[in-house]
Design a protein around this ligand. Structure first.
Ligand code: NAP
Length: 663
């Protein structure tokens, strides 16, 4: 990274203040980068299936995991402690692994993602609708904040690559040397197709001016930068998708039921201590405002003074250090300037930036600050406390009089990433959730029951959305497969079932049926074709069958046993067969009993009983291969569409049957 460059910017260690890297601000051939992504990386990624790309991500995560020490070593100079590395480096790798796993489980081994159910658009079912998602043939430009140089990159990169879209990553300059090392490790692995991943260290040049409607910008940083970049004429004119994750003044509310001395009270103090000091408070989800019952303000301040007093500050390489430095001298200036604004409305009750101890490092050479706790006595008229994000270890305690007041104060942040509620009382949790949920991307409720396994107020999880309304940017990231959809285009497809089945690779009712040689249960995963169908001969349902099933299972519900009582029920003409009896008979009718490639029945989806079956009716079963998804090297999941019809061809039950079939 350090090299001759007229426009290079020096980057100093957060601990020593010495220059340790230089980021190039030379002239970039941005068009060549975009062309490389669009014409080389994109086609190579799109030629792969979702499963191919998920496997690639898993291998990439494992490769990064085996090289992570190098990333830890570099990250110390960003001010991060070992515990912080676990969030950034290990958390980033874990995020890639979760998305890789979800890609294999929840997406098809194909090129089209089916979004939702088939929509019936016609009486006879010859014209139907289906939403599908396909990869955008453009490029994703990721602009990241300085605080998580690895996680911040990987949480965007994993869904982008899984979607089949190439990425150009632009980390924040202050910590770009860590991102650069991670990108180099990934490129050196040889696991990525050429053009799938490119890096810009320093300025982006005129790249944003060259984007078109198939491209995506995913930005994380301050609201001011987001506002500026959103207004790039090419982004506005071409309706470039712009995802923004920006400022957030997250709140934590202590329930009125929680008293000092209880487990829940201690939990509240621990969560706040953790959120204020991890990454030296440079975490978009950190708790900035503690909203507590007025009667508990003094006890909360007392408890937090004790908790924060235990935090050791110093060289993050040294043992026993809880909190390192802010990322840079500039960030320290910014934090202290904004702390002064908070100081106009609140009193500092812990942490003096002029008199604190730093262990193993020069306090003035590094970007160190202590945890700073403020108390705001008049939160209703305060402005900065609710609107000025101090991106460092600073938080403000304020009192509330009742739950509506607590919610009003939490919502004064005008949109945040997360709000937490510590309470043992479900009615408190419900009332607060209903009044704050629309203002916060995530609502995290914790108490003594859940605390041992809870994931922490500030931890965005790959399974759940990360993002918030208003000030927080109004976007979403993560949230499982939702994250992948940001990089795909959703199209509403209309046509006949046959045409739509051919496009999606999934059979739908109304599509032609196929027959194969012999019973489908005798053939292996690869030998089964989509649409292959078995029709069984009919089976008569008798009262003896129903009696037998009732006695055998113990299910003597009146609708199966008592003709007159069943007839009084608006759904039944009289005594009817158990739904589960029909399912069991259906299995007996379509199963091929010999040992063979079908290994296991793993479940039913979308089961519906549509019409009652009475003694004397007969049922037939249609079993069709609907979709196939490889699972391991030795077996795959076959999803069968099953329809039971009666003697007049009316459907009586319908479901998807899931089986594992040997490859
Ligand atoms: P920032 O100053 O807004 O910078 C964010 C990114 O934008 C950096 O990569 C920066 O690059 C880049 N950038 C700035 N001007 C640009 C331009 N004209 N063209 C292209 N790129 C440009 O924010 P930061 O100081 O890195 O991060 C702190 C902020 O991020 C805080 O406000 C925090 O709340 C927010 N944040 C939000 C989340 C979230 O998920 N919501 C997560 C983390 C952080 P340079 O570094 O080269 O200037």
């Amino acid at each position: 990274m350090i090299g001759p460059d007229d426009h290079a910017r020096d980057i100093a260690s957060a601990i020593t203040g010495q220059v340790i890297a230089r980021a190039g601000h030379g002239r970039l051939d941005t068009q060549a980068m975009l062309d490389h992504a669009r014409t080389v990386g994109g086609p190579a990624l799109r030629a792969m299936t979702f499963h191919d790309r998920a496997r690639m991500l898993k291998a990439l995560a494992r490769h990064l995991d085996s090289h992570k020490q190098a990333l830890y070593d570099l990250s110390f100079d960003t001010g991060a402690t070992r515990k912080d590395h676990l969030i950034d480096v290990d958390g980033g790798i874990a995020t890639v692994l979760v998305l890789a796993s979800k890609g294999r489980r929840e997406m098809p081994d194909g090129h089209v993602y089916i979004d939702g159910e088939v929509e019936q658009l016609s009486r006879q079912g010859t014209f139907v609708g289906q939403h599908i998602c396909v990869p955008r043939p453009g490029v994703a430009v990721h602009i990241n904040a300085f605080n998580f140089p690895v996680w911040g990159m990987l949480e965007k990169l994993a869904p982008t690559l899984l979607a089949g879209v190439p990425a150009i990553v632009k980390p924040a300059t202050a910590t770009c040397y860590v991102t650069e090392a991670a990108v180099r490790i990934m490129l050196d692995s040889g696991l990525l197709p050429d053009g799938a991943l490119q890096l810009v260290s320093g300025g982006l040049g005129d790249m944003l001016d060259r984007l078109n409607g198939q491209d995506v910008v995913s930005f994380t940083g301050s609201a001011a930068t987001a506002l500026k970049l959103r207004q790039t004429p090419a982004i506005l004119e071409n309706a470039v998708r712009f995802i923004a994750e920006q400022d957030s003044l997250n709140a934590s509310i202590l329930g009125p039921d929680v008293q000092p001395g209880t487990e829940a009270f201690a939990l509240f103090l621990r969560e706040v201590q953790h959120e204020m000091t991890v990454k030296a408070g440079q975490k978009c989800t950190a708790i900035r405002r503690m909203i507590v019952p007025r009667a508990q303000v003094a006890a909360v301040i007392e408890g937090l003074r004790d908790a924060l007093g235990q935090i050791t500050i110093g060289d993050p390489r040294a043992d026993g250090i809880h909190m390192g430095a802010l990322v840079s001298a500039a960030q320290k200036r910014d934090v202290l300037e904004k702390a002064a604004l908070i100081g106009q409305e609140a009193t500092r009750v812990f942490g003096d930036p002029d008199t604190f101890t730093v262990l193993g490092a020069d306090r003035d050479a590094g970007a160190f600050v202590p945890p700073m706790l403020y108390h705001c006595a008049d939160p209703d008229s305060a402005q900065h406390v609710h609107h000025t994000e101090v991106f460092g270890p600073l938080a403000t305690v304020m009192g509330y009089r009742d739950l509506p007041h607590a919610a009003e104060l939490a919502n004064r942040g005008q949109g945040s990433l997360v709000a937490s509620v510590i309470t043992d009382d479900p009615s408190v949790a419900r009332e607060l959730t209903l009044s704050i949920a629309a203002f916060h991307g995530r609502v995290y409720i914790n108490n003594a029951t859940s605390m041992a396994e809870s994931t922490g107020h500030g931890a965005p999880l790959p399974h759940l959305i990360h993002g918030g309304p208003g000030r927080a940017g109004g976007s979403e990231e993560l949230g499982g497969i939702r994250a992948v959809k940001h990089y795909m285009h959703r199209t509403a497809l209309q046509g006949s079932p046959e045409i739509l089945s051919a496009i999606t690779g999934t059979w739908m009712p109304g599509s032609p049926e196929a027959t194969g040689p012999g019973h489908p249960f005798t053939r292996r995963f690869d030998q089964l074709t989509i649409g292959e169908t078995l029709h069984t001969p009919p089976r008569l349902i008798s009262s003896d069958d129903i009696d037998h099933f009732a006695t055998f299972t113990g299910d003597r519900f009146y609708a199966h046993m008592d003709d007159a009582a069943a007839a009084r029920n608006p759904f039944f003409p009289g005594r009817v067969a158990h739904g589960y009896l029909l399912l069991s008979f259906a299995a007996g009718m379509f199963v091929q009993p010999d040992e063979g490639p079908v290994l296991a029945n793993t479940g039913l989806d979308s089961l519906r009983f549509m019409k009652p079956v009475t003694p004397g009716d007969s049922i037939t079963v249609r079993l069709t291969v609907k979709a196939k998804t490889p699972r391991t090297k030795s077996y795959g999941e076959v999803r069968w569409h099953v329809t039971l019809t009666n003697q007049t061809d009316d459907p009586v039950a319908e479901y998807d049957l899931l089986t594992m079939v040997a490859l």
